[in-house]
Design a protein around this ligand. Structure first.
Ligand code: ZN
Length: 260
């Protein structure tokens, strides 16, 4: 028994470490919790699954923040806790975040790219269709925390603030599925939810590795004197308050980096 306990704590430790290394554990998780709380206030006819992890084939998994199954459709929600001004369009692979920050007493505008959450969510829906089919009406939602400012043009996905998520769901009022069908969908999703902590930890590690690779590519670009955002040349510029690196494609590209 003691040995078993030891192995168990080792596994737990592994999960703990995995949780620590994922960026998701901090800000991302906070955004997810806020939406989870809001969804908890939906009437009983809405069946909510938070943090659903399912197989998406080829030895890969999809982690879906929230799925709400109802007779009005299946809502698939991806939450983002990102501050600053957020720009993106439906099919661009990357979205951009701009924000101001102070470095050594000088204010700089910063920009950083992140994966288009609409495309992420589309991949999630594809994974869901493997289980419940593609005849189901899916309603994709991207919910940003209110500390960001959205400038996003999207036609087929609702990109909203998390504070609007419940109202948006309630705005769908036309029943398209029977209660029986809703129950069946919910049950097969719950049955396919991967709850094994080791598999979940593996997923987190892989997600972090992808993120690290991306950051590494960005850092490589910078050390090669290239703009990590557009590939332009980084040039020294004299600002009002000092020297900094800017992109040669300014004003089209607003990337800046302080000289430290
Ligand atoms: Zn650039």
């Amino acid at each position: 028994m003691r040995r078993g306990g030891g192995i168990f704590s080792l596994i737990k430790l592994g999960v703990l470490i995995a949780k620590r290394v994922t960026g998701e554990s901090g800000a991302g998780r906070r955004g997810e919790r806020a939406v989870r709380w809001r969804l908890g206030w939906l009437p009983d006819e809405y069946l909510v699954i938070n943090d659903l992890m399912i197989d998406r084939g080829n030895d890969h998994t999809s982690q879906i923040d929230h799925v709400v199954v109802s007779k009005y459709g299946v809502f698939v929600i991806e939450t983002k806790n990102i501050s600053g001004h957020i720009y993106g369009s439906e099919y661009a692979p990357k979205w951009k975040r701009y924000w101001k920050a102070w470095y050594y007493g000088v204010e700089h505008s910063n920009e950083l790219e992140f994966d288009n959450p609409i495309l992420q969510n589309e991949a999630h829906i594809k994974a869901l269709s493997r289980i419940i089919g593609d005849r189901v009406t899916y309603i994709p939602i991207i919910a940003f925390s209110t500390n960001g400012e959205l400038h996003v043009a999207a036609e087929h996905t609702c990109v909203i603030y998390s504070s609007q998520v419940r109202r948006l769901i309630r705005s769908y009022t036309e029943p398209i599925m029977s209660t029986e069908h809703v129950r069946k969908i919910y049950e097969s999703l719950v049955a396919n939810n991967i709850t094994d902590e080791n598999v979940r930890a593996q997923h987190s590690i892989r997600a972090q590795q992808n993120k690290n690779n991306y950051q590494q590519r960005q850092e490589e670009a910078i050390s090669n004197g290239r703009c990590p955002s557009c590939g332009g040349k980084l040039v020294k510029r004299q600002g009002k308050y000092g020297v900094f690196y800017g992109c040669s494609n300014y004003p089209k590209c607003k990337y800046t980096k302080p000289i430290v």
